[in-house]
Design a protein around this ligand. Structure first.
Ligand code: NAD
Ligand code: MG
Length: 385
């Protein structure tokens, strides 16, 4: 039985995790749940899974939750995420919160030697190196939920990284794969949020359209697998059936395939190294005849270029990249900036950053704050101009 703290329980990955808890009542027990402000959704889940403790980051939402829900404890504020993550009665933390705000919970869980099933890729983008050394010191484990990284982990199956020549992550290419870049500058949030193959939260869906999501995933892979960026590739694969390729030093290539359904990598993150039988959708082999792969066009994938630049600059640069993008996406969804402004604004902030070489939690959080403020300054100029 895995006792699970589910952070980000009301989101897209959170509801996939709820599905798995429903499907495996003998193996998965949810012991705590957290979300930002959706107290109704959180209470519904708490009732269904008989969870004694929930947390709402938004204090007003926590107050309302206490008014209507008397069967358990309601924690509040950002600190509550880490508090749930480090509790003694928790074996696995599913971190499915969106944004850099998820970092503290990952740190708290790893410091206590727990397994983290990590959907919150921002944790690794911000602090990959620190998290790995934390896990090493405490006996904790960081298991990726991101489908591509789950694919790589499954292909590696415990082999050492010295056996690997290259890793290739696939990208769907997003909703604008075949559009002329000039024609998407004014794309609306509504158009951007129509992802062709995956159904996901808003931020990651926008990040798929600029391809910066795949850039974050390169950074994620760099730390998770200890591979230098020149051994990490991206290939556009519009069908999202193959999630990753691992080429070994002898020239043999393994790939991991499945239907695009996040419950599959999440299930593996919970069961690994075991495999649990499932009723999840199976891959119809007849569909394999339509698989295609192509090189990303640099003009259509500015986010990929920026992420490689941030990795090269090192230190706090990836944290700056994430924070600037997070704020830019928020402004875009609020219709304050155009789609075409997103990557130039992030680029401006990244370019203005002087990376801090010594990486500590403090320097990372300081860079994160700086980047958010700087992005808003830059965006105000764009809006005025
Ligand atoms: P989502 O927007 O659907 O859900 C986000 C969850 O986080 C919600 O439960 C929300 O209440 C919570 N949240 C939002 N802001 C918060 C805050 N400030 N403090 C605490 N909780 C907060 O997002 P999602 O698509 O489920 O993505 C979650 C994470 O998983 C992201 O890091 C994303 O990059 C990653 N991921 C998602 C997918 C996917 O298919 N959805 C795939 C790969 C990786
Ligand atoms: Mg992914």
């Amino acid at each position: 039985m895995r006792r699970v703290a589910l952070l980000g329980a009301t989101g897209s990955i959170g509801s996939a995790a709820q599905d798995l808890a429903r499907a495996y009542p003998d193996r998965i027990r949810l012991v705590s749940l957290a979300a930002r402000s959706n107290y109704e959704g959180l209470i519904r889940a708490a009732e269904e899974f008989r969870v004694p403790r929930i947390a709402l980051v938004d204090k007003e939402a926590a107050r309302r939750a206490r008014e209507v829900w008397k069967r358990g404890e309601v924690l509040e504020g950002e600190e509550a995420l880490a508090a749930l993550a480090e509790e003694d009665g928790v074996d696995v933390v599913v971190n499915a919160v969106v944004g850099g705000v998820g970092l503290h919970a990952t740190v708290a869980a790893l410091s206590r030697g727990k397994r983290v099933a990590l959907a919150n890729k921002e944790s690794i983008v911000l602090a990959g190196e620190l998290l790995l050394s934390l896990a090493k010191g405490s006996g904790g484990a960081l298991i990726p939920v991101d489908s591509e990284h789950s694919g790589v982990t499954q292909c590696l199956a415990g082999r050492p990284i010295s056996d690997v020549r290259r890793v290739t992550l696939t990208a769907s290419g997003g909703p604008f794969l075949r559009r002329d870049p000039a024609s998407i500058q004014d794309a609306t949030p509504q158009e951007v949020l129509k992802h062709p193959t995956w159904s996901m939260g808003e931020r990651i869906t926008v990040d798929c359209a600029t391809l910066i999501n795949k850039g974050f995933e390169i950074i994620e892979a760099r730390w998770l697998f200890g591979l230098s960026p020149d051994r990490l590739d991206v290939v556009i694969h519009p069908q999202s059936i193959v999630h990753a390729f691992v080429e070994f030093v002898d020239g043999s290539v393994l790939a991991q395939l499945s239907v695009p359904d996040m419950r599959l990598p999440l299930l593996y993150a919970l069961s690994a190294p075991e495999r649990w039988g499932s009723e999840l959708p199976r891959l119809p082999l007849s569909e394999l005849s339509t698989l295609s792969f192509e090189r990303p066009d640099p003009l259509r994938s500015p986010g990929l270029t920026l992420a490689r630049r941030a990795l090269q600059a090192g230190g706090t640069s990836p944290a700056v990249l994430n924070a600037a993008d997070e704020e830019a996406v928020r402004l875009f969804l609020g219709k304050k900036i155009r789609f075409g402004d997103l990557m130039p604004l992030v680029e401006e902030v990244l370019g203005a950053h002087r990376p801090q070489g010594t990486l500590t939690l403090d320097t990372i959080l300081e860079a994160d704050r700086w980047a958010r403020a700087r992005l808003h300054e830059a965006a105000a100029n764009v809006a005025r101009g």
